[in-house]
Design a protein around this ligand. Structure first.
Ligand code: ADP
Ligand code: GLC
Length: 493
């Protein structure tokens, strides 16, 4: 099958979160299964450091009455191992951020992604791409589904293209004032509560959900959660109506990049057989790097993520204060950027307890690898989590995830219990409520097992390391869905 994946992010070209990891790794996994996968994304400033060649092909689109021109670049990235096209329009995309700067969204985000949506569809014709499935991701590509269904499907070469829309996070919907409808080039009749409008605004995520041939989200539990309130963030009704074409497929990870035996960013490498020594070496190097006392026996808790309401860092900060007040012998390392208040709170916490807490307020992929590999416990108090990747990365390094039981964290973390100890399936600890009681219970349980049941701890580490969290299985599931929605015959036949 020929699959064109359209996304606003793909690692290592452009990344703000897990969407990039998924779109960077899925093409390679699909190719390994014998399918032709191609990726298309905007040519951001961050993509400029990768080698590109011009295609010489220009695109012209009319947006809100003005003609907008751009070009396509071809880019080769060994990690992606699939053809990548970049849509170049420097005024739109050559900026410091992908969607915002200093926590303020760009004012022309709607226009930027309307242009990208047209560029994705025009690429099929202008670059002569063979496409059976157009795989769309998140609100930035929602309009593509509508344009294909309303305009393009009647043109030669487009009749058989089916669209799959993947929801990575329903909390981000691409909502814009109603006037933005005129940028889309679509008739105002589509601006109604059953199609593109939501709460008097143009909603590009809803547009994708309504007009695509199939919908997936990034875990089975999240697929359930988003058909109800509050999980659906107002779009539960839309999803409920499309339940027959909604599926949940848990993300995989790129095991070439997140790999304790060859991770380029680690001070030493280890396998299952050398877990104890290897982990100790990574842990002590990390303590040193973060300016914490080097104590191999002290439990080390790590958190890495976007500092937003979703990720529950506020709960972890409060818990760290309480633990320090109790005089607990433990260490914490935080890595994240985002909300200014959380950034400030993290700095204050680290300043107050320099021997127990280190906080790095930056985006650093290398440090993320070293923290995930060097910690004993990886804490994820997410209020909601469509899939989550960092718990899967933790498994690769014998780091035990302690997570709020929500979304993909339910599907990917097997909770410690008498039964899961006995049958060797436990991989972490889940707590039921994203509040102080829940997180305290979860972390205390982990600290207790770490200190007093070392055999069980070792077993959890090893079970996690042996899990197959690669893309292989998930990519097969995507192929099954692609086949289900594939259009065998043009419309009308
Ligand atoms: P989300 O997509 O909601 O942010 P995921 O767990 O799916 O959550 O993916 C987050 C990705 O972003 C992971 O690869 C994680 O390592 C990375 N990440 C998040 N914050 C940072 C940071 N400050 N520095 C480096 N990597 C980060
Ligand atoms: C989103 C979600 C995260 C998921 C990622 C990749 O940003 O918040 O849970 O892992 O997308 O699908």
């Amino acid at each position: 099958m020929n699959i064109l994946i359209a996304s606003s992010e793909a690692a290592p070209l452009a990344k703000t979160g897990g969407l990039a990891d998924v779109c960077g790794a899925l093409p390679k996994a699909l190719r390994a299964l014998g399918h032709e996968a191609t990726l298309i994304l905007p040519a951001y400033r961050s993509t400029k450091k990768f080698p590109t060649e011009p295609t010489g092909v220009e695109i012209k689109v009319c947006i809100g009455g003005k003609e907008v021109r751009g070009t396509y670049l071809k880019c080769s990235v060994p990690e992606i191992a699939a053809p990548v096209y970049l849509v170049e329009h420097n005024m739109y995309y050559d900026r410091a951020g992908l969607y915002n700067e200093n926590n303020v969204d760009y004012g022309d985000n709607c226009e930027r992604f309307v242009f990208f949506a047209y560029a994705v569809l025009e690429a099929v014709r202008l670059l002569n791409l063979k496409v059976d499935i157009l795989h769309l991701n998140d609100w930035q590509t929602g309009l593509v589904a509508a344009l294909q269904a309303i305009f393009y499907r009647d043109y030669p070469g487009y009749e058989k293209i089916a669209t799959l829309f993947t929801i990575h996070n329903i909390a981000y919907q691409g909502s814009f004032p109603a006037e933005a409808m005129s940028l889309t080039g679509l008739h105002w009749k589509y601006f109604n509560w059953l199609q593109m409008e939501c709460c008097d605004q143009l909603n590009l995520l809803k547009t994708g959900l309504v007009f695509s041939d199939g919908i997936t989200t990034v875990s089975p539990s999240y697929a359930e959660e988003i058909t109800q309130s509050p999980g659906g963030c107002g779009l539960e009704g839309v999803l409920h109506n499309r339940k027959d074409v909604l599926w949940g497929i848990a993300n995989g990870i790129d095991v070439d990049v997140w790999n304790s035996e060859k991770d380029a960013f680690l001070p030493s490498h280890f396998s299952l057989a050398t877990l104890e020594e290897g982990k100790r070496a990574c842990k002590t190097a990390l303590q040193e790097e973060m300016g914490l006392p080097v104590c191999p026996e002290t439990p080390l808790v790590g958190l890495v993520g976007r500092l937003t309401e979703q990720k529950g860092f506020d709960l972890a900060i409060e818990l760290a204060y309480r633990k320090m007040a109790e005089g607990a012998n433990m260490q914490w390392i935080f890595l994240g950027t985002g909300d200014a208040l959380l950034e400030r709170k993290l700095k204050e916490l680290a300043q107050k307890y320099p021997n127990n807490v280190a906080a790095s307020i930056q985006y650093s992929n290398e440090l993320a690898h070293r923290i995930i590999a060097g910690c004993d416990i990886f804490l994820m108090p997410s209020r909601f989590e469509p899939c989550g990747l960092t718990q899967l990365y933790s498994y690769q390094y014998g780091t035990v995830p302690v997570v709020h039981a929500t979304g993909g964290l339910i599907d990917t973390v097997c909770d410690l219990s008498d039964e899961t100890i006995a049958n060797h399936t436990a991989t972490g600890i889940r707590f039921n409520n994203a509040d102080m009681e829940g997180i305290t219970w979860g972390l205390n349980r982990a600290l207790d097992v770490y200190a007093n049941q070392q055999e069980v701890w070792r077993q959890m580490q090893k079970t996690g390391m042996q899990l197959d969290v690669s893309w292989a299985q998930s990519a097969e599931k995507y192929v099954e869905i692609y086949k289900r929605i594939q259009r065998k015959f043009p419309r009308g036949n």
